[in-house]
Design a protein around this ligand. Sequence first.
Ligand code: GDP
Length: 430
Amino acid sequence: MDNAVIFVKLLFILGTICDTALSFVPRKALLRPPSTKWRRPNGEYVSRSMLSMKVRVGLVGLPNVGKSTLFNALAQKTIANAENFPFCTIEPNVSPIPIPDPNLSKIATIAKSKKALPATLQCIDVAGLVKNASRGEGLGNRFLATVRECDVICHLVRNYIDDDIIHVEGEVNPVVDAEVVNLELLLADLAHVQRRLERKCEGEEKETLEKVLKGLETGVPARTIGLTESEKFSIKSMGLLTLKPVIYAFNVDEIDFILNKEEAMEQGQSFMKQIQYCDPNVDTYTIVSAKLESELISLNQEEKNEYLESLGMESSTDESLSKLLSYNVLPLLVKDLLGLSLVYTGPGVAPERSQTTKTHMYNSGSMTASGLAGRLHGEIQRGFIRAEVVNSNDLIKCDNYNSAKDNGYMRTEGREYVLQADDIVLIKWK
Ligand code: GDP
């Protein structure tokens, strides 16, 4: 036999052995990224995943309220199946949703970047929740595990009348519907906290959980108890559902969205005061029209105008219309609710080394120039010399990176500089 044929056969046998061996390894272990650790300048180790910020927004609500429809509108494409029967979403759909930012394209143009990367949220369309989900009804437990991993809950509440669309509770009542979901979240937390306290649990975690338990037993969500940052941190790994801030999205019909938005907003505010287990001091709300917003995705400007005119709206520009839609409104609400800020990198880098203006999202007041360098690359952080910083509005005003420098808008900062919202940062490193 020719050597090449023997070599190919050997490769084949080796491949089969590896495949068989891998089939004994749990699938999760294969999917898990290697556990890389990175060291902060102060010597503390953190996992690399902490360096890139992922903000997850979970869409929750009763079945058939329009979650998948809204998810498609947010993603600006049809990903999720939106059908008129409960539990048509089984596996959660996930899509990135960019944070709207009119400055990004201007900055990228000034920087002559080929690409402009916005910061994004991860939106997750979770299976519908029904009464007793906390005890495993519907897709109960699977659903709740997905929500535990989210940073914010977007609670979609049906406020449109359509006799053709089945309502799992029989009739549309936004306050009652929202309470069904809220109660399930609260009961799920109650069981989760009780289980944890029965097992080994000590110190600040135990004290905090006892406090949370007391609250939950009297119907007070964990976010309403007034936990300190340190207490919240001590129970972070539990992913308590009622600790997450909530954006209530009241899903109204197309006409109300277009013609009666102010009244719909007022009505939303009154719902917020009535809904049990809602904390108006932490939570917020918005008005959406899942159906209208998802239908607009596939229309060109002329068709959009025709459609909107048929609903009684005078023709609008694409820009003024898009400002009203959830894919613009919701990410900004999340950004405000979580206190996030944006900074940019890319401008000032020699074109042969980078052709991308990139937006980075972080918790306001929490990121240093060195931390940002670490997000770009460990080498950049290790070789950090200084950061050149200019505010994005100043750069846009000067319309040129060098003239921003010449006009004194550029500052030189060190490793420990705490980034300010909308900074453009060029890190010099060796
Ligand atoms: P989910 O179970 O909450 O994900 O609900 P879906 O997005 O799958 O929607 C269920 C049904 O309700 C589908 O037939 C949708 O077309 C319809 N639907 C969703 N949103 C609206 C809306 O705003 N108005 C009306 N009339 N129907 C809607």
